[in-house]
Ligand binder design. Structure first.
Ligand SMILES: Nc1ncnc2c1ncn2[C@@H]1O[C@H](COP(=O)(O)OS(=O)(=O)O)[C@@H](OP(=O)(O)O)[C@H]1O
Length: 425
């Protein structure tokens, strides 16, 4: 890292193939798959995953679809996704990873035909505890509850919950809602529940499980033929232990009953994750997880002066680009600082890698929009010049479209020059 920003941490890992996959080309030899929809669900480790995908997009000179400014850093959630929510400077996209309410037809219109769909779920008990804590000042259903008590809410949810009011999707079946489903369909509607799970199974090639994040990443890496370097991450958007409440006995089953559609999704995809891991071979998965964790630690130590970075609450983080967004004073979200003196001896490329690794969602979305807009404008100017002076185009070949970052393999889909579709509106 200190010498010219060498970015590979896991060379040894490329040769450790999983026995179950030997009949397939090894991940290191197949071109990387680069067209990916990641449905960013709420409170499921999705910000960590989004950060990983944004970094992948930047390293491989891909385009990540980002929201228009009027939609903030989400695609106008909770409205159902439409391509009008996508900033024109981020078209045509390879990757999409910001919060949205899923709309398959619109995404299919926007994304290349070979796009792979991925999402992530979390165990309903801990997810609901995270939701009520995070959205206690936003969501009326939670605000009405005395002391924001989880127990009181679950004792009489219909006393506090109103299905049609603003932000009600944080209070019941949030995963189902994010996936485009009907969060208020009665639990006894067996046909709906079964059909919805089957549809999600049809559309998504991989449904990650937050509790088995690293194992899910191993599956992702094999599915997309990515390198171990491509799945390194740092945990983001965590609450401090003091902001968390432990669930008293009996609560998890009440949470599951209230969020029965989400519980059903979780059970189905948790089981299917483990079936897929077994096909890969559990020993091989465990080896890759170990390699991933080792590589992660060595990356962190290189970035943070030989030590693991200290978690800090938002108020303690000096660099405002690294301060996570806090939903209210009652919740403490932790992040990381990047001490100024650590930057000495780093190449600017290496320093940027370290900062992006810990950059929270809101800031990274802004930084990425700026850099992609710049690339869009450059390519727009270039095309205008070529149209005005066609002889320049004949005598001087135009600059080659930027290829993948040095040291990486070519990608399976060639990336069209930014701005070849969609004009500034
Ligand atoms: N790698 C990994 N593995 C498991 N869990 C993780 C990981 N990264 C983040 N987290 C936890 O995910 C919670 C934040 O989720 P999101 O980033 O999806 O939240 S948000 O909807 O975007 O605000 C948040 O949970 P709570 O702390 O319980 O709120 C994080 O601690």
């Amino acid at each position: 890292l200190h010498h010219g920003g060498h970015l590979s941490w896991t060379m040894g890992a490329f040769h450790i193939g999983c026995p179950a996959l030997r009949s397939h080309p090894a991940p290191g030899l197949k071109p990387k798959h680069t067209n990916v929809v990641f449905l960013k669900t709420h409170k499921t480790a999705s910000s960590t995953m989004q950060n990983l995908l944004f970094r992948f997009a930047e390293r491989h000179n891909l385009t990540a679809a980002l929201p228009v400014q009027a939609c903030s850093n989400q695609f106008c959630y909770p409205r159902s996704f439409t391509s009008h929510f996508v900033h024109p400077h981020t078209l045509p996209p390879n990757i999409i990873a910001s919060h949205m309410r899923f709309n398959k037809a619109e995404l299919q219109r926007l994304m290349p035909n070979d796009t792979i769909y991925i999402t992530i779920l979390r165990e309903p008990g801990s997810m609901f505890e995270s939701l009520i804590s995070y959205y206690n000042q936003y969501c009326q259903s939670f605000k009405r509850v005395p002391n924001g008590s989880l127990e009181a809410f679950l004792e009489e949810p219909w006393k506090y919950y109103q299905p049609d009011e603003k932000d009600s999707m944080y209070a019941r079946n949030t995963l189902t809602f994010d996936l485009g489903g009907d969060k208020d369909r009665p639990a006894k509607d067996e046909a709906y529940a079964r059909g919805f799970v089957a549809e999600v199974d049809r559309v998504f090639s991989l449904v990650m499980i937050a509790e088995y994040f690293d194992e899910s990443l191993v599956l992702l890496r094999h599915l997309l033929s990515w390198d171990l370097d491509d799945i390194l991450y740092v945990k983001l958007n965590m609450r401090t232990p003091s902001s968390k409440r432990s669930l008293t006995p009996g609560l998890p089953s009440k949470i599951r009953a209230w969020n029965s559609l989400d519980a059903r999704l979780y059970d189905h995809f948790n089981a299917s994750l483990w079936r897929q891991l077994s096909v890969l071979g559990l020993a091989c998965v465990a080896r890759e997880v170990q390699l991933l964790r080792r590589a992660q630690e060595s990356l962190m130590r290189s970035c943070f002066g030989g030590r693991m970075p200290l978690l800090r609450s938002a108020a303690q983080i000096k660099n405002k680009d690294l301060r996570p967004w806090q939903p209210s004073e009652k919740v403490d979200i932790v992040g990381y600082d990047f001490p100024v003196n650590l930057s000495h001896g780093f190449s600017s490329q290496a320093q940027e890698l370290c900062i992006k690794l810990i950059m929270p969602e809101v800031q990274y979305t802004q930084v990425l929009l700026r850099s992609q807009s710049l690339r869009y404008s450059r390519s727009y100017q270039l095309r205008s010049q070529q149209q005005t002076h066609p002889q320049v185009q004949r005598s001087q070949p135009p600059p080659a479209a930027a290829g993948p970052a040095s040291g990486t393999r070519s990608t399976s889909t060639s990336k069209p020059a930014a701005g070849t579709q969609g004009e500034i509106t």
